[in-house]
Ligand binder design. Structure first.
Ligand SMILES: Nc1nc2c(ncn2[C@@H]2O[C@H](COP(=O)(O)OP(=O)(O)OP(=O)(O)O)[C@@H](O)[C@H]2O)c(=O)[nH]1
Length: 326
């Protein structure tokens, strides 16, 4: 890296509620032909690294922060990761032109934004390009009272109304009217499976500090105290194979009976007799499971599941999972 570089490294913060489509968007950006090298920092809620496993083959640098929510206790981790990336860039060990940070679905973007404004080293080397918020147009009304979602909307420079295939035109119009009242300054995009032009969200230099200060007058001084107190999450992992029939029965029960309180559930399954990993994704009552790539010889076959939701019963979920073991 040229020490006398004129340009700071642009940073895009990708935010949005649980299951809105952030990883889908990230995959799209990373697979677009670009001269630019991107470093990606992925933060997951729960101690799993499912998201980074679901980022499909890419040559880009992917760094995970799994020790907690990026907006809470791991802000220090974020700074040390960025500092170490800078050092490696200066030593010529890695090269990147831009950074994308995917926050958890329960992150308030304010403290992540603060990191780049308040930390001297960070603000010398990095500049915020934009805060891009992906919205699940179908489930958004269910979560509109959530403080995290409101902050994600308020802080957006770009609002992507995703999953427009799941609602009709009138519903989309009403939703957009309601949401843009909460943030009239953001650029608005609509998408299905986050099919947008990367150039609409990356390298747009639309981060507007004045607008952010209107939302949070204390943004440059505030200490952040944030509790995900109404939402809980549980993670289960096991190396033993699962029985497909039992898994199918368990998931149809979960979707039909628990769908309302299951904000997000996803995972990778090791199914008895199958050479491929099975990947599943759930957001409330919308569920999909697919055969993914074969397990690699050097890989330990294991199932990893995360459930995130309101008032979830850990014992019941755990029992459901272990009852599926072959
Ligand atoms: N029907 C429909 N499904 C979508 C669309 N975009 C994404 N999905 C699906 O929604 C699910 C969640 O998408 P992700 O990209 O993993 O969402 P996320 O925001 O990264 O979710 P978190 O892991 O909770 O942070 C996946 O099953 C996607 O395939 C869309 O436009 N329409």
């Amino acid at each position: 890296m040229n020490l006398l570089r004129q340009h700071k490294i642009p940073v895009t913060i990708l935010t949005g509620f649980l299951g809105a489509g952030k990883t889908t968007l990230l995959n799209r950006i990373l697979h677009e032909d670009s001269q630019q090298k991107t470093a990606v920092i992925v933060n997951e809620y729960g101690d799993l690294s499912i998201d980074s496993q679901l980022i499909t083959d890419t040559k880009e640098e992917i760094i995970e922060i799994n020790s907690g929510c990026i907006c809470c206790n791991v802000r220090g981790d974020l700074i040390s990761i960025l500092s170490s990336m800078l050092r490696q860039q200066l030593n010529g060990e890695v090269q990147f032109d831009r950074v994308i940070i995917e926050t958890t679905g329960l992150a308030n973007p304010a403290p992540v934004v603060q990191t780049f404004l308040m930390d001297e080293a960070m603000s010398r080397w990095f500049e915020l390009d934009s805060v891009c918020t992906v919205l699940d147009s179908k489930h958004l009304p269910q979560h509109i009272d959530s403080e995290e979602l409101q902050e994600q909307i308020a802080f957006a420079d770009v609002l992507i109304f995703n999953k427009t295939d799941l609602i009709n035109e009138g519903e989309l119009k009403d939703l957009q009217t309601r949401i843009t009242q909460m943030n009239p300054n953001a650029k608005v995009l609509h998408s299905i499976n986050c099919e947008i032009h990367t150039s609409d969200i990356i390298g747009i230099q639309s981060f507007d500090l004045g607008h952010k200060l209107q939302i949070h007058p204390n943004l440059l001084t505030d200490e952040h105290h944030h509790h995900h107190d109404t939402v809980n999450s549980f993670v289960f992992t096991d190396n033993r194979p699962l029985n497909l029939d039992r898994v199918n029965r368990w998931f149809s029960y979960l979707v039909q009976v628990k769908g309302e309180s299951l904000y997000r559930y996803k995972g990778i399954l090791h199914i008895d007799g199958m050479e491929e990993r099975v990947v599943f994704q759930g957001v409330h009552m919308l569920f999909s499971g697919t055969n993914d790539r074969p397990w690699l010889p050097e890989e330990t076959k294991q199932s990893e599941i995360v459930f995130i939701g309101k008032g979830l019963d850990k014992y019941e979920l755990e029992k459901g999972f272990y009852d599926c073991l072959q």
